[in-house]
Write a protein that binds this ligand. Structure first.
Ligand code: DC
Length: 225
C-alpha cells in the first residue's frame, strides 16, 4: 500500500481470540510483516525460566536484564523469536511459559521494553501487529485498528481443537473455558480496546472470513488515505 509512512494494522483482543494466526494470514495476503508482541513477553519469560531463579526473585531489573538475550529476526512475512540467537518458537508456546507469562507482562518496565522492540520491528516495513494494547499504547496512530472478540466457550473449543488435533469433549471445553476466563481476568488491565477500533466478533466467523474482512477494511482505509 502506498504513502510516505509505513502502514500499521493493529489486532488486539483477549487470549485465544485468534489474533496471531489471523494477523499472520492478513500479513501474507497484503505482503506485510507480522509482529507478534506476545512472543516477546513469552521469550523474556522463557529466558527467565531457563536461568533458573525462582519467580519470587524476578524483580523488574532481573526481567528486563534478560532482554539482551531476546531478538526478533525478520523473515519475509513474519519475525522469528530468538533466545540467545536460536529460534525458540516451540519453547515459548509451552505450558510452563504460558503459566508464568502474565507475571512478567504486568510489569511496567517490561511493557516499555516490549513496546520499544515492537516499534523497532515496525520501523521500515508495513506491519500487522497483534497483542493486547497495540492500538492504544504502541500505535495510537495506526492506519487500521481491529479488536477481536469471541465467546469464551468458542475460544476454548478452537484452542483445544488446535492443541489436540481432534474434537474436544464438553468436559474438556468447560475446563478450558474456566482457565481462559481466569487468564482474561489476569490480563484485563493490559487488554485495551481503542476508541477507534473496529470490533470484530469472530464467534460465528471462519478464520478465512475474519481475514477477508480485515483485508477489505485495510484496502478501504488505504484508499481513503
Ligand atoms: O497473546 P499471547 O497469549 O501470546 O500473550 C502472552 C502474554 O503476554 C499474555 O499474558 C498477555 C501478554 N501480552 C500483553 O500483556 N500485551 C501484549 N501486547 C501482548 C501480550
Amino acid at each position: 500500500m502506498s504513502g510516505d509512512r509505513n502502514v500499521v494494522i493493529t489486532i488486539d483482543g483477549p487470549a485465544a481470540s485468534g489474533k496471531s494466526s489471523t494477523a499472520q494470514w492478513v500479513a501474507e495476503k497484503l505482503g506485510f510483516r507480522h509482529v507478534d508482541s506476545g512472543s516477546l513477553y513469552r521469550a523474556l519469560t522463557a529466558a527467565l525460566l531457563r536461568q533458573g531463579a525462582p519467580p519470587e526473585r524476578w524483580t523488574p531489573a532481573v526481567m528486563t536484564g534478560q532482554g539482551s538475550r531476546v531478538a526478533l529476526r525478520p523473515e519475509p512475512t513474519s519475525f522469528l523469536t530468538l533466545i540467545d540467537g536460536v529460534p525458540a518458537e516451540e519453547e515459548i508456546r509451552g505450558t510452563l511459559v504460558t503459566s508464568h507469562v502474565s507475571l512478567v507482562a504486568r510489569v511496567p518496565e517490561v511493557r516499555a521494553w516490549v513496546n520499544a522492540r515492537v516499534r523497532e520491528a515496525a520501523q521500515d516495513h508495513d506491519v500487522v501487529v497483534d497483542g493486547r494494547d497495540m492500538g492504544t499504547a504502541v500505535f495510537p496512530e495506526a492506519t487500521l485498528k481491529i479488536f477481536l472478540i469471541a465467546d469464551p466457550w468458542e475460544r476454548a473449543r478452537r484452542r483445544l481443537a488446535q492443541r489436540l488435533e481432534r474434537g474436544a469433549t464438553e468436559e474438556e471445553i468447560a475446563a478450558e473455558t474456566a482457565l481462559l476466563v481466569q487468564r482474561d481476568a489476569r490480563d484485563a488491565t493490559q487488554t485495551v480496546q481503542a476508541k477507534d477500533a473496529v470490533v470484530l466478533d469472530t464467534t460465528y466467523l471462519t478464520q478465512a472470513e475474519q481475514v477477508e474482512r480485515i483485508v477489505a477494511l485495510a484496502r478501504a482505509v488505504s484508499h481513503e488515505a
